[in-house]
Design a protein around this ligand. Structure first.
Ligand SMILES: Cc1cc2nc3c(=O)[nH]c(=O)nc-3n(C[C@H](O)[C@H](O)[C@H](O)COP(=O)(O)OP(=O)(O)OC[C@H]3O[C@@H](n4cnc5c(N)ncnc54)[C@H](O)[C@@H]3O)c2cc1C
Length: 808
């Protein structure tokens, strides 16, 4: 075994082997994979081998498509059979709500290039003869669905990697990992040490143990999972004989089942409600090629539905039940990427569908390690979407919930209850008594809307019980004044003698003068966005930065990776050590003036001013800015002052009819201002020009900034896309995000977010289209629940287009 390598990949399951292959294919051949046993000694060997292109996140779905397209290449390169059978499949709906969900999947597929088609239950039964069509209301046909040989695929990756120069060391157990003073990693194995720049944790079932070697508690947990294989079935033999083809795959969401042909019989797997965690706290090292004891009682309720939906199973014996463990992250998507605070330590774990996701994970990770960027928008898989709050107990609750809901519908207004409430602000109880309906962002409870006694969300794809109440919250803001809790923003404090110079280079904007704020796009080297922040110059060398709450860990990883080594700059994430409130609306200044001695008149405290001001007795940092697009203020205070500030503002606002508003009203308000937000409109695949943030980029900044050359090139060449706001002729349902945008009968773009703008009384969608059609007045349609609705571009904001209210 070599004693030095550029990269050590730990784990020879399908994921580790894919990472190794991709690194070697990308030109890094001084790489070694260490496997404690034979390859495939974790979850991989007993997988059912199914593969498909369906994922809730379109960017992950793209990587699934890539994975499936890769198998031919690795088979050819390695001369190792992968056993791929691209049979195609049907996704079945037993209820109308499920069919609505499937229509959304088809809409996404249109711009992702995934060939999906809504068909009737009868047509589904003609494609898959075991279906009882009476049990279903419709289906979707997916051509990119099939199965493979899990061991064959893993060995094909490994052999292909070896051919390209990578090494694989079997029976080599990593026992510890130590960071040396020179920044290199010492990987200690039972066969000696390997010194390396990069370590990849692809430990699968043992990812937690490998993480713990470097002091990391990863939010992953293994669950038991069962599938059965039947005796040979005459129906299968008949079909094979009649058509000369295999029986295609089926996913029965309402039965929580997946099915495919296995030799002369069928394989049926289920995500049962009464699920079972495996090895809750640590994974035994002596586990390997064993299976777990099957428990037919646990899966009996699902099988009962399965036998009804696919009656031929009733007449067939079960040959074998496989029960094996595999790992999940709390939301069921993989954990991929560099780990904050551990330079050179990477993870590729929590991969619950290794044969659909493994290729994409390997591609993204190898790009990231070699090019410094994953080369795709992999936010939904990024390990940075979790923070310290994702503890072992939280993970346990969430993984169980996610497993039991694997095939359940999640409605756009549905909040999942497990692991909550976890993080709350001091106002949680007070706002709950006012009817706050809570959502969650980066582990923190956030008020979505305020419900009168006895009213709550009815889960639906369409406008629901909150509609009128959110409308009233919007009206309170636009007609008077509203107050909202904004603690879920990420907040950072930057100090030190080098702070100004560092921020100047990190951010694409010009730095504001003391007492002023600015919007601050942050770019990557390729000129694409990595943040849309607000930067405030608080004076005396102190800087305050606010950004997307869910991206706190993501941004801290970026900030810390770019800090000067000389210690001249300090950045601290304030988390919930700083809480916030916002007031907005034409009466907002009158309210503020009542609770402070400071002069908050327009000349003294104009738009984008920032100052330390007492609100009642509470010392606060106040910025004159509002995401509502109205006259408004964001007010930041230590948590021990939040109640006092809240009460002072509510008391002062009484005479103006102050109302509480939640994030759904905020969404309605920002939409009529054409404001985008991080993780929706602004993502790391768009340039500032494309996203409409170019007006905040100081292209001529002498000091230069990260991504400057690429941003200038984008401006010169015009980029490819444009973000646009559309008014949609919708009736009872608005866009959610990820719907297809049609132009002249062809799918040309995708929706990033939207909803109903109650004040303007318009249904609005925001989304990207090619620049060539971005200024066409008409010809657009936006698909909602499978129906195309006429849409037109709304170039100027529907509310306060001339900023008269905001700057008044
Ligand atoms: C019953 C069942 C059915 C499934 N069906 C499907 C399916 O149809 N389709 C699908 O896509 N997925 C399926 N899966 C999930 C799939 O198996 C996993 O997504 C996949 O195997 C994860 O691969 P991995 O490489 O991340 O982890 P693993 O397969 O667990 O591999 C990790 C490897 O790392 C090694 N290792 C760990 N620690 C060390 C160390 N310290 N030193 C050296 N080596 C180490 C282990 O020995 C192991 O070989 C199924 C899983 C089960 C249990």
């Amino acid at each position: 075994m070599k004693s030095h390598a550029k990269v050590v990949v730990i784990g020879g399951g399908v994921v580790g082997c894919s990472v190794l292959f991709h690194l070697a294919r990308h030109g890094w051949t001084d790489v070694v994979l260490l496997e404690r046993d034979e390859l495939t000694s974790g979850s991989t060997w007993h997988a059912a081998g199914g593969m498909h292109t369906i994922n809730g996140d379109p960017n992950v779905a793209k990587l699934l498509k890539y994975t499936i397209s890769l198998y031919k290449e690795i088979e050819e390169l390695s001369a190792q059979a992968t056993g791929v059978h691209l049979t195609g499949g049907v996704l079945l709906a037993a209820t109308e709500a499920r069919l609505d969900w499937l229509r959304g999947v088809v809409s996404k597929g249109r711009y992702l290039g995934i060939d999906l088609e809504v068909i009737s239950a009868k047509e589904a039964a003609e494609l898959m003869p075991l279906i009882d069509p009476k049990q279903f209301v419709g289906a979707v046909r997916n051509k990119e669905h099939g199965h493979l040989d899990p061991s064959g695929v893993t060995h094909a990756y490994a052999k292909a990697a070896r051919k390209l120069g990578a090494e694989v060391e079997r029976f080599t157990k990593v026992e510890d990992i130590v960071r040396r003073p020179d920044g290199l990693w010492r990987v200690i194995t039972n066969k000696g040490d390997v010194i390396t720049e990069h370590v990849v944790n692809a430990g699968g079932l043992w990812a937690r143990e490998v993480g713990r070697m470097v002091g990391l508690e990863l939010p992953v947990l293994a669950m038991e999972h069962m599938y059965l294989i039947t005796e040979d079935m005459p129906e299968v033999a008949d079909w094979n004989k009649k058509t000369g083809t295999e029986i295609i795959h089926a996913v029965d969401f309402d039965g929580e089942l997946y099915l495919r042909q296995e030799r002369g019989g069928m394989l049926m797997g289920t995500y049962e409600k009464a699920n079972k965690v495996w090895s809750e706290f640590s994974t035994p090292w002596n586990f390997g090629h064993e299976l777990l004891e099957p428990d037919i009682d646990r899966i009996a309720p699902s099988l009962e539905i399965g036998f009804r939906h696919f009656p031929a199973f009733q007449k067939t014996g079960i040959k074998q039940i496989i029960n094996g463990p595999f790992t999940f992250a709390p939301d069921g998507n993989p954990l991929v990427g560099p780990v904050r605070g551990l330079p050179g330590f990477w993870v590729a774990c929590g991969v619950m569908a290794g044969f659909s996701q493994g290729g994409g994970v390997g591609l993204a990770l190898s790009n990231w390690m070699i090019e410094g960027d994953p080369g795709a928008d992999i936010w939904a898989m990024d390990v940075a979407r979790y923070g310290d709050w994702a503890t072992m107990t939280y993970t346990n609750a969430k993984v169980r919930e996610n497993y039991s809901r694997r095939f359940s519908i999640r409605f756009p207004n549905e909040e999942l209850p497990a692991g909550r409430p976890l993080k709350t602000t001091p106002l949680y109880d007070t706002l709950s008594t006012k009817g706050a309906q809570w959502g969650v962002a980066f582990g923190l409870e956030v008020p979505l809307w305020y419900a009168p006694e006895g009213v709550k969300d009815e889960f639906s794809w369409r406008r629901s019980t909150d509609f009128d109440h959110v409308g009233s919250e919007v009206a309170a803001v636009r007609n008077g004044v509203g107050l909202s809790e904004i603690s879920s923003f990420a907040k950072y404090k930057v100090t030190g003698e080098g702070a100004a110079a560092w921020l100047d280079r990190l951010l694409a904007c010009r730095l504001p003068k003391p007492g002023r704020m600015t919007l601050a796009p942050m770019l990557k080297g390729d000129g694409k966005l990595i943040g849309d922040l607000t930067l405030a110059n608080v004076g005396e060398g102190d800087w305050f930065v606010a950004g997307s709450g869910v991206a706190e860990q993501y941004h801290m990883r970026w900030f810390e990776a770019h800090l000067p080594k000389d210690g001249s700059v300090q950045i601290k994430s304030l988390g919930q050590k700083l809480t916030g409130l916002a007031i907005a609306g034409p009466k907002a200044r009158a309210v503020l003036a009542k609770v402070t001695r400071a002069d908050v008149s327009n000349p003294a405290f104009p738009f984008m001013a920032v100052a330390t001001i007492d609100i009642g007795m509470a010392p606060c940092l106040v910025g004159r800015v509002s995401y509502t697009g109205d006259l408004g203020y964001e007010i930041w205070m230590a948590p021990e002052y939040q109640r006092a500030a809240y009460q002072a503002l509510i008391r002062a606002g009484e005479e103006f009819g102050i109302g509480l508003f939640g994030s759904r009203a905020l969404n309605a308000l920002r939409l009529e201002k054409n404001y985008g937000s991080w993780a929706r409109e602004y993502r790391p695949i768009y340039g500032p020009l494309e996203a409409g943030l170019d007006r905040f980029v100081a292209y001529g900044k002498e000091a230069g900034f990260i991504g400057k050359e690429a941003a200038i090139a984008e401006r010169k060449q015009g980029g490819k896309l444009r973000l646009r706001a559309f008014i949609v002729e919708a009736t009872d349902a608005d866009v959610i995000g990820d719907e297809a945008i049609w132009h002249d009968g062809v799918v040309r773009g995708w929706v990033t977010s939207g909803g109903y703008a109650h004040n303007a009384k318009k249904s609005i969608a925001m989304g990207y289209v090619p620049k060539e059609i971005a200024d066409r007045p008409d010809g657009f349609e936006i698909e909602i629940l499978g129906k195309r609705h006429a849409a037109r571009i709304q170039a100027t904001p529907l509310f306060d287009a001339n900023f008269e209210r905001m700057r008044a």
